[in-house]
Every structure is written in structure tokens, then in C-alpha cells.
Design a protein around this ligand. Structure first.
Ligand code: TXA
Ligand code: MG
Length: 313
């Protein structure tokens, strides 16, 4: 299939209405979308990404009314998060309505719901007229795409359309919070920190998988965010013995003569560039990427989560 690249949200929405797949920008990363109520279209997402069928998708909405089409119940906790933090980089897991096909939720009776604050994403979702399920628009396992070119690199010829926008602002995926039971549970760290969630609902806890318990967020068990190069986490100022075909990404100047280095002036910028840096290193056939460890507050917690997963082999 030919992948159309367009900057028109109307043209892109047309593909969604006709059962196609469209990659679109949000403030976190680019997503690969389809009409949530069209099971055949949703199947195309899993096919294009080679995504395991047990990994559920997030539904994106243009307005609050669409949340009612997706969720059978919006409890008080969810309402409070919505009032305080929508639109934004936050996904709430809610009990799903009967209209949502089980393929979209990977067989779960809950659905992740998010309202992006990105202007072009909002115009696109508005034009689609239906909620759009979208995982990150990368081949499964690869770093999430933060530019439309990165989407093309992974999915050219595998999807119908790319809605072309700027590089994404945040660069890491949304915070995922399970609101389907009485205590809100943070399943995936993101730009909205645990502290910000607790400012809305103090009881919110960080989910920690315990042995033997079914994984609450299936996506957490899959391999993630990995470039071909190996990722090594290092404390600031560490001495690296053989940096020849290696790259360095961090806040401080590294000790060693790296083939490639990117120094960030803040943790926010580090988060913004990390996935594209991984992709660049692969294009340049770098063997190893040394990533500086950062303090785990604010977006630092989400960044460290992604770096640790990328470092797992
Ligand atoms: O920022 C983002 O969240 C981006 C943009 C496109 O919105 N999307 C994204 O989707 O990162 P994806 O599919 O790459 O990650 C979705 C995560 C996975 O870890 C998945 O397991 C979890 O959300 N998730 C989705 N639905 C869930 C549900 N019903 N229950 C528990 N976890 C769920
Ligand atoms: Mg993903």
C-alpha cells in the first residue's frame, strides 16, 4: 500500500472514516490511529506494527462527550482527574462500554482513554468524529516516534496515511492511571508525575508488579523502546573505558572521546530527544549508547523508566 503524507487533518480524517490507519502527532509521541468501533480497522494497527495481540490500545477523544461512548462508568476519581488534567499527557483506564470491540482492549473489559492537548491532534480527532485508538506509531519494540520521519522509517507502505506535524513536545508516552477500582493506580510513568496525580487524589499509588500476579498493564511486560545498539546506564561523571564506536547522552560532559555525544541542558530536553537520539545512533551503526542516570522526580521518573526498559536485553 502507498502511505500518503499530508498536513491536512481533514484529508487524514477521511482515511479513518473509510476504515484506514493514520499516524498523527500528539504532545507525547506520534500515534497510529484507527476508528475504535471498527474491529477490522483496529486489526490493521496490530498488523502494521506487528504488535502482540495481548497489548491493549489507548482511545483518543476530541471532547468529553466521546468518553461516554467508550466507558460504561466514569467514577468520582476519574472525574476529578479529567477536571484537573484533561486535555494532556494522561491516560485513564476505565471500564469499557459494550460498543468497544474486544480487539481494541486486547480482551480486557477496561479501556485507556486520553484527550491530547496538541492542537493538530485535536483538529484531526474532531474531524474523525469518532474516538481513535492509537498505540505509538513505531514497529513493536522500537523507540516511539517523535517525528513524522521516524514514523515513515518504521511504517512506510504498512499504513494508509501520516498526518505531518512538528517534532513532539514531550517525547515520552503519556502517564497511564488505572481508575477502574477504588484506589487509582499509576501503571506507566509519563509527563504527569505521581506527585501531580496525588495533588488531585492523594490516595494514588504507584503500581508495582508482584510475582505471580497477573500483569495489570500488559504492555509493561513487552520489550520496549530498544534501538539496535545496546544501552548502558551510567552515573554522571563515570569514566568509560572504550568509547570508540559509542555514543553518550546526558546532562554533563562525559569523560571519554565518543563518536557521538548529545548534552542536554535540562531533564525535559533529555526526555524530548532520547528516542530520536536512539534512532540516529542506529542509522549511524553505533554499537553502544551510554545514558546518564538522572534524579527520579518530575519527568525524570518517566525518563529513567524508559531508559531501564531500553537497557534490558
Ligand atoms: O502518549 C501515549 O500514550 C501514546 C500516544 C499516541 O497517545 N500512546 C502510546 O500507546 O504510548 P502504546 O500502545 O504504545 O502504550 C499503551 C500503554 C501500554 O503499556 C498498554 O499496556 C497500556 O497503555 N494500556 C492500554 N490500555 C490499557 C488497559 N485497558 N489496561 C491497562 N493498561 C492499558
Ligand atoms: Mg508503544
Amino acid at each position: 500500500m502507498k502511505t500518503v503524507v499530508t498536513s491536512s487533518p481533514i484529508e487524514a480524517a477521511d482515511f479513518i472514516q473509510n476504515g484506514g490507519t493514520v499516524a498523527f502527532p500528539t504532545e507525547t509521541v506520534y500515534g497510529l490511529g484507527a476508528n475504535v468501533f471498527d474491529a477490522t480497522a483496529v486489526a490493521k494497527i496490530f498488523e502494521a506494527k506487528q504488535r502482540p495481540a495481548d497489548n491493549p490500545l489507548i482511545a483518543h477523544v476530541a471532547n468529553l462527550a466521546q468518553i461516554r461512548e467508550l466507558a460504561s462508568e466514569v467514577n468520582e476519581n476519574a472525574r476529578n482527574f479529567i477536571d484537573a488534567l484533561f486535555p494532556g499527557p494522561l491516560t485513564l483506564v476505565l471500564p469499557k462500554s459494550d460498543r468497544v470491540p474486544l480487539i481494541a482492549t486486547a480482551g480486557l473489559y477496561t479501556i485507556g482513554v486520553r484527550m491530547p492537548r496538541h492542537e493538530l491532534a485535536q483538529r484531526f480527532l474532531e474531524a474523525c468524529g469518532v474516538p481513535v485508538v492509537a498505540p505509538s506509531a513505531n514497529l513493536s519494540g522500537r523507540p516511539s516516534p517523535t517525528t513524522w520521519q521516524a514514523v515513515l522509517e518504521d511504517l512506510d507502505g504498512r499504513i494508509d496515511c501520516i498526518l505531518e506535524g512538528e517534532a513532539t513536545e514531550i517525547g515520552l508516552e503519556s502517564t497511564v492511571v488505572d481508575c477502574s477500582s477504588s484506589v487509582p493506580m499509576l501503571l506507566r510513568q509519563g509527563a504527569i508525575s505521581l506527585e501531580e496525580l496525588q495533588a488531585v487524589i492523594p490516595e494514588t499509588v504507584l503500581y508495582q508488579a508482584t510475582d505471580g500476579e497477573a500483569v495489570r498493564s500488559p504492555g509493561l511486560k513487552h520489550k520496549h523502546y530498544s534501538p539496535r545498539a545496546s544501552i548502558l546506564l551510567v552515573e554522571p561523571g563515570s569514566e568509560i573505558s572504550d568509547p570508540r564506536n559509542s555514543a553518550y547522552l546526558g546532562l554533563g560532559r562525559p569523560d571519554g572521546d565518543f563518536k557521538k555525544a548529545l548534552l542536554c541542558t535540562s531533564i525535559e530536553i533529555y526526555a524530548h530527544v532520547v528516542f530520536e537520539f536512539f534512532r540516529e545512533c542506529d542509522r549511524e551503526s553505533i554499537d553502544a549508547i551510554y545514558c546518564e542516570i538522572v534524579p527520579e522526580s518530575g519527568i525524570g521518573a518517566a525518563l529513567m523508566d524508559r531508559l531501564r526498559r531500553a537497557a534490558e536485553r
